[in-house]
Write a protein that binds this ligand. Structure first.
Ligand code: AP5
Ligand code: ZN
Length: 218
């Protein structure tokens, strides 16, 4: 059976969450977002959440050991058999190595890494205007992709909110952290020839068309 073991890579605001929703619907694979998992832990005030919150609010990365454990556990669940879409993970070389190792243990490997490329000034505009659904996590933008009714999710009627780390100062730090710690992953995955580069500055529908073309039929 053809597997879709996918990684979605790109700077904060590149549209990973936006495209992830479309990709998992089309390919029938689970969406594994470490950001969503960590935000749920913060909201539920678990030990993990209390530890993670201080890093997230500063726009820094949560320690590798913590995030790697979360992803390894998630990969044990049966819905990942046909594949998965990693969103926001890996974010460092040690995370990428740990993921390769875990997959190897399961007789699998990453099949494609989708890199979304967007200029930094656009990213700042996207993040500071972003709103997210509290119930289903669908991202909106007050100007670019507004919901039909202000403050309400089109998909599920949930309440929209602004993330604590979407202030301009924190956004700038998240972008710097991306350049330093995450961007080198493009070269890491280039070595195994699985990278596809997509122009993420286009309209969301066009970005998805390009992704679908790169991945092939479901
Ligand atoms: P995470 O939740 O992963 O956030 P991120 O990588 O900063 O990415 P974002 O969710 O901000 O952006 P996105 O690319 O999903 O963009 P979106 O689709 O929403 O991580 C948050 C924090 O958790 C980290 O800082 C770290 O502390 C921690 N963390 C998570 N994973 C970790 C890991 N592996 N290791 C260590 N720490 C980790 O789009 C953005 C906006 O633009 C939206 O408003 C959207 O509507 C709009 N938009 C999207 N596409 C378009 C388009 N084509 N045209 C116009 N507008 C668009
Ligand atoms: Zn919703």
């Amino acid at each position: 059976m053809h597997q879709f073991n996918l990684v979605l890579l790109g700077p904060p605001g590149a549209g990973k969450g936006t495209q992830a929703g479309r990709i998992v619907a089309e390919y029938g694979i689970p969406h594994i977002s470490t950001g969503d998992i960590l935000r749920a832990a913060v909201k539920n005030q678990t030990a993990l959440g209390l530890e993670a919150k201080k890093y997230m609010d500063a726009g820094e990365l949560v320690p590798d050991s913590v995030v790697i454990g979360i992803v390894k556990d998630r990969l044990q669940e049966s819905d990942t058999q046909r594949g998965f879409l990693m969103d926001g993970f890996p974010r460092t070389i040690p995370q990428a190595e740990a993921l390769d190792e875990a997959l190897q243990g399961l007789g699998r490997a990453i099949t494609k890494v989708i890199v979304l490329l967007v200029d930094e000034e656009i990213l700042v505009k996207r993040l500071t205007g972003r709103r997210i659904c509290r119930s289903c996590q669908t991202p909106y933008h007050v100007m670019f992709t507004p919901p039909e009714q202000e403050g309400v999710c089109d998909k599920c009627g949930g309440e929209l909110y602004q993330r604590d780390d979407d202030t301009e100062a924190t956004v700038r730090n998240r972008l710097a952290v991306y350049r330093k710690q995450t961007e080198p992953l493009i070269e890491y995955y280039d070595r195994s020839g699985v990278v596809v580069r997509i122009d993420g500055a286009q309209e969301a529908e066009k970005v998805f068309e390009d992704i679908r073309e790169a991945l092939g039929p479901a």
